[in-house]
Design a protein around this ligand. Structure first.
Ligand code: ADP
Ligand code: MG
Length: 375
């Protein structure tokens, strides 16, 4: 039902005049953003609050004009087109439904303003509205008003309204943020299903890494207006390009240590914990994913145990290390590892082997990744 469409952002930049009277510098909300969103894919635009996600989305929608750069929808340069001529569907965090209109009237609304050759008859409009409502599974709610719906249902109506004109591109700005945890999970799966069924090229903005990881074909990690990394969720998790990306992805988060490369080995707190091969001696950030520790009596990496948490599928070994940049080190090991809790008491020594492909090194100054071993 939807025209499939590649979206290309070329050197997209947006600056705003600073609001601070003393500071005459501009705020560069989006800085030289380059991205090709493949046909029919869902892109997760991910980053902390204020990093430029909404600005990017509003540039794609046409609500904002770029300071420089171009936006292409397929062959069309849409950079100077107003939003209503771009063929986009927009969904916001706060649903933005008309409270005095029924669900049906809300969904019909975008169709009623179509002019000229696009103008539809009443029955054509109704057919489209019903199709859209079916897609998001709210067809039995058509006569209700927004206040008679749950948050999740309201957001479905907003999605149906965004889809009713069969947009070329669907743009979602933190669409799940107002929903409670359970609904958030369910609605996120719904959005994924709807996106697959329609094949509409979609940009999904979120600050929640887990949300982005679970829903996206590709994620784009942003920081202060600048793209940090673009890749499949698993690839970005497995191979972060810099310290920021490594810290931003993963729950529980990556464990960070002050480390030293010396004679081809990684030292943490003076202990040689990993052979690295040929890398110049230097101070580094050493990141270890929670699943990167293996309990072993002769392990080169030792910590002081704080506690052991048994959580169904996993065991968390929580401990302290003098070189840790976090208050505590969290290692997650499978329950197949039998832990003798009598032996592992608070204050006792625990030793680990580090699993090489779960260890990441970053330059102490630039915070860029330092690769070691086979790539
Ligand atoms: P995000 O959606 O990732 O939270 P935004 O795109 O909303 O971030 O904002 C990015 C940056 O641009 C922020 O520093 C924000 O304060 C600034 N900004 C956004 N819109 C405006 C505006 N209309 N005028 C001035 N600064 C703005
Ligand atoms: Mg935003």
């Amino acid at each position: 039902m939807v025209v499939i469409m590649e979206v290309v952002l070329q050197h997209l930049t947006k600056s705003f005049p600073s609001r601070d009277r003393k500071d005459h510098g501009d705020v560069i909300a989006v800085n030289d953003f380059n991205l090709t969103i493949p046909d029919g894919k869902l892109i997760g635009l991910l980053g902390p609050s204020g990093c430029g996600k909404s600005t990017t989305l509003n540039l794609i929608s046409g609500l904002l004009k770029p300071t420089s750069g171009r936006i292409l929808f397929g062959e069309d340069d849409v950079t100077n087109l107003p939003p209503e001529n771009r063929g986009i569907g927009l969904v916001f965090q706060n649903y933005a439904l008309y409270p005095h209109l029924t669900v049906k009237q809300n969904i019909l609304f975008p169709l009623e303003n179509l002019k000229g050759k696009d103008k539809l008859t009443k029955s054509q409009m109704l057919d489209k509205a019903v199709l859209s409502a079916k897609l998001v599974q709210i067809e039995e709610l058509m006569e209700r008003r927004p206040r008679e719906l749950s948050g999740g249902q309201q957001q479905r109506v907003a999605i149906a309204r965004a889809l009713v004109k069969t947009p070329r591109v669907l743009l979602l700005d933190e669409p799940l943020s107002n929903l409670d945890a359970r609904l958030r999970l369910q609605t996120r799966e719904e959005i994924r299903r709807i996106q697959r069924e329609t094949g509409v090229t979609t940009v999904f903005v979120t600050h929640d890494q887990e949300e982005a990881m679970s829903i996206s074909d590709l994620i784009v990690v942003m920081k202060e207006g600048v793209v940090q990394q673009i890749g499949k969720p698993q690839e970005v998790y497995d191979s972060p390009a810099n310290l920021f990306v490594a810290k931003f992805l993963g729950t529980p988060p990556i464990n960070l240590f002050e480390g030293q490369v010396k004679g081809g080995r990684l030292l943490i707190g003076g202990e040689a914990v990993l052979d690295l091969g040929k890398i110049p001696d230097q101070k580094v950030y050493a990141g270890v994913r929670p699943e990167g520790f293996a309990l072993h009596e002769e392990g080169g990496f030792s910590c002081t145990l704080d506690r052991v948490e048994v959580m169904g599928r996993d065991i968390s070994v929580v401990s302290a290390n003098q070189a840790s940049l976090n208050p505590l080190v969290r290692a997650i090991i499978g329950t197949e590892n039998k832990i003798d809790t009598g032996r592992y008491r608070e204050g006792s020594r625990v030793r680990f082997h580090l699993i090489p492909h779960k260890v990441y090194l970053f330059n102490w100054e630039t915070e860029e990744r330092i690769y070691f071993g086979e790539r």
